[in-house]
Design a protein around this ligand. Sequence first.
Ligand SMILES: Cc1cc2nc3c(=O)[nH]c(=O)nc-3n(C[C@H](O)[C@H](O)[C@H](O)COP(=O)(O)O)c2cc1C
Length: 164
Amino acid sequence: MSIDETEFRNVMGNFATGCTVVTFPDTPPHGMTANAFSSVSLDPPLCLVCVDHDTTSYELLSNGEMESFAVNILERSQQDLAEYFANMTELDEDPFEDRPTTSGVEGAPVFTDSLAYADCTLHAAHPAGDHTIYVGYAEDAEILDEDGDPLTFFRGGWGTTTSE
Ligand SMILES: Cc1cc2nc3c(=O)[nH]c(=O)nc-3n(C[C@H](O)[C@H](O)[C@H](O)COP(=O)(O)O)c2cc1C
């Protein structure tokens, strides 16, 4: 039995996730919305993101230009950022200019309104179908907002949760 691509996407969409923007220290910087993100290991501190081969981010990672990236874990108020970095909408201003950012230790922009971030060097790359699994070694990681609620993605729609 072979499952149709759309059907598989719809089935997988029942797994509720948070949402991240992965940023790269390019000139100018680059970002991509990603929910295929996971922590992997505590010792050493590893996390992963699955990157579609049909993206600029994959181009940057696969041609060896990028050896680091930062994963920004989004707060519910950052839906517009998630849509922008998924190429779904435009914003009036470039968020790398307009939004509060700092530079991670490896040079990728960190959106300081996020819940948390992990600043990673590239640890490993595992091709997997039309995506590649990029494993990052967290050189730095920090909680930026202890009280914020997450931006979530479930069945193709944005949402949030609260711990109360
Ligand atoms: C909620 C959401 C989650 C996404 N997760 C991923 C992901 O984990 N990996 C991926 O390659 N693309 C993912 N995408 C699609 C990319 O964000 C989209 O293809 C983007 O335009 C790629 O940017 P780039 O080509 O400028 O690098 C996601 C999109 C949305 C809306």
